[in-house]
Design a binder for this molecule. Sequence first.
Ligand code: NAD
Length: 340
Amino acid sequence: MKVAVFSTEKYDRQFLEAANTATNANHEFIFHETRLEAKTATLAAECSAICVFVNDDVGAETLKILADQGIGLVALRCTGFNNVDLETAAEVGIKVVRVTAYSPYSVAEFAVGMMMMLNRKLYRAYNRVREDNFSLNGLLGFDLHSRTVGIIGTGKIGIILAQILHGFGCHLLAYDPYPNPKFEEIGNARYVDLPELLASSDIISLHCPLTPENHHLINAETIAQMKPGVMLINTSRGQLIDTKAAIEGIKSGIIAYLGIDVYEQEKNLFFKDLSDTIIQDDTFLLLQSFPNVLITSHQAFFTKEAMDDIASTTISSITDFEQGNSLKNEVISCPVASVL
Ligand code: NAD
């Protein structure tokens, strides 16, 4: 099948081509570096499917252009599908598939890395030693042992994070509207409501999808309920946090550490080398200026194991579509609790 791949980086091409060869799928990929949006959708002309990533715009306008060109499948090479208008996709007859599961260790381990980096100020220590500054002033951290970590969302990633933090000797709290029995089987772990999690946690880590209900879940009101000095980690989706409210939380000292792998306006920044340009996003620049903020550009998933899983699942979904088989990773539009 001829597939237009958008937002392609060198590594996407490498993993997709390897999985295509390994499975003898023989799909023909047309790789585009550009993001998919309404004005780039015609690049998919003559293809039957497209393959996209987290910041491609698969909104109503784009989908209608794709449908007019005969595209029948949108294959997301990620788990989240907040960038797809599922209702319109159903209306215009385009199927949507995603990678429902890939190494959850990639993201959970990265979240722990962010916690350690912020707590022990490894980013500052690394730079200091390179400049022959061996002072420890300003590098004081705290033991993770016996600290309370609040996990929001205990699906595949949240559970692995809980298991890793159990090894550190942390007390674990979680909030999830659909509790996972595996969580309370971990020692020192219990479900609580959101206000209790916010008030009792030394570290809060977000592991839920972005939905219409939890857009700006972390806002001025919820930040005010947090323990002063809290560490907030977000490896899920940028729009879970009202960034301006987080900045106020940092200024007031409630948030003493912020680690974000995702950012509300990341589609204008992330995955690009902008080192020769002037960044126009003042909110981002302000965040960058704080010494207790760690920002990475949506890289938590980026391990060899996760990339192998993503590529092989994507290839097999495209093959199933081509052969008219049922699509196990199909994302269905749900009018009641649609996911953004
Ligand atoms: P999952 O579907 O296995 O688990 C999500 C959990 O969140 C579920 O248990 C669900 O009940 C819960 N949930 C839903 N709404 C909630 C809410 N309002 N409050 C609390 N919990 C809620 O998903 P997963 O594989 O664990 O991934 C979690 C999220 O991580 C994804 O949705 C995606 O946004 C993000 N992610 C980020 C990266 C990255 O590279 N940074 C990579 C993969 C996934």
